[in-house]
Design a protein. Structure first.
Length: 337
């Protein structure tokens, strides 16, 4: 049960007012000769979360070393000896301290500090520099901790920035700059992943017919516009899980993931050819192209090899060209395993 705190003027006993005492020792306990808390530093009161005046000192802290005691006279005999204590409201919070006897049997001052519990207490109780004496080593440690946090945050920001730049560089390295489609590197990476995951897929190799005539007649700017339009058409008529790549000047490859039905693939190829035969208007001029297509299936092999499948699609493509262009051929004689 709390006792009424005696009304004692700090100036008469210590020579300092409470304000000055609190600033110099924000974690002190001033106790009378009976062990009742007369006054407590503001930081200690903040840690406790309740008024301390009028309470017994051992209700606030527990002396651990050099030896436990509850008696004021035994505590005072430990003057000059380093004390180890714990806060009763937070027993895991280790405190350091020392005790000084006041003259004329006026009790004692117990000066406390957080020691190794500093960083933990700062985080748990939201302490700031104002909660410590200006000369307290804790201030220096807080500065160091804040500096460390700032440096760590900056390193984290730079790491994220560098990682973002790395990812962007990887994406750019796998992207065709003219069309925004995947390039040969992006295609190879996708095929390697599909083979490793043992997912079935089809390759549709597309070569534009009459594209050279567009370049020769209307110029390379018109040719580039046609290539960009072709890329948009191909991408718009594929699923999100499929990949569209530009692998050469007027050569494209579509990877159909888990779609290996020859009938469906033939229908898609016919639809794409029809779309590409629609004149592409560039600056008021109609550009006419078509497409020849060759298709290979990963399911034709027990162990699919991307290079072999691309070669099979290429052979099928040239069979389409020999057959009169603007048509699709599915590889019917896979290159031997």
């Amino acid at each position: 049960m709390n006792r009424p705190a005696p009304k004692i003027a700090a100036e008469k006993v210590i020579g300092l007012g409470h304000t000055a005492l609190d600033r110099l020792m924000p974690m002190h306990l001033w106790i009378d000769r009976h062990g009742t808390v007369i006054h407590a530093g503001p930081t200690l009161a903040r840690l406790e979360g309740a008024p301390l005046a009028g309470r017994a000192w051992n209700e606030v802290v527990t002396l651990r070393r050099p030896r436990p005691t509850r008696r004021v006279e035994q505590l005072v005999r430990m003057q000059g000896v380093p004390l180890k204590l714990s806060l009763n409201s937070a027993p895991d919070l280790s405190l350091k301290g020392h005790v000084v006897a006041l003259p004329e049997d006026q009790g004692a001052l117990i000066h406390l500090s957080l020691g190794i519990s500093l960083i933990d207490a700062v985080g748990r109780f939201d302490l700031t520099l104002q909660d410590f004496a200006p000369t307290d080593l804790a201030v220096e440690l807080l500065y160091l901790n804040e500096a460390k946090a700032a440096v760590t945050g900056e390193f984290r920001r730079l790491a994220q920035q560098l990682n973002g730049a790395r990812v962007l560089a990887e994406v750019e390295a796998a992207t065709d700059k003219l069309t925004g489609l995947a390039n040969r590197r992006g295609l190879d990476g996708t095929l390697d992943r599909l083979v490793a995951a043992r997912k079935p897929f089809a390759l549709m190799q597309i070569d534009l017919d009459y594209f050279k005539a567009v370049n020769d007649t209307h110029g390379h700017a018109a040719g580039d516009a046609v290539l960009r339009r072709v890329g948009s058409i191909l991408r718009a008529h594929c699923r999100n899980l499929d990949l569209v790549a530009r692998t050469g000047g007027d050569e494209f490859v579509i990877v159909f993931v888990e779609l290996v039905d020859p009938v469906q693939l033939a229908q898609i190829a016919e639809r794409l050819i029809a779309l590409l035969e629609v004149p592409i208007v560039v600056r008021g001029t109609e550009c006419h192209i078509s497409a020849s297509i060759g298709i290979s299936l990963s399911t034709c092999h027990d162990r699919p090899d991307p290079d072999r499948l691309l070669q099979e699609a290429d052979v099928a493509l040239y069979a389409s060209k020999r057959g009169g262009r603007a048509r699709a051929t599915i590889a019917s004689d896979p290159i031997g395993d």
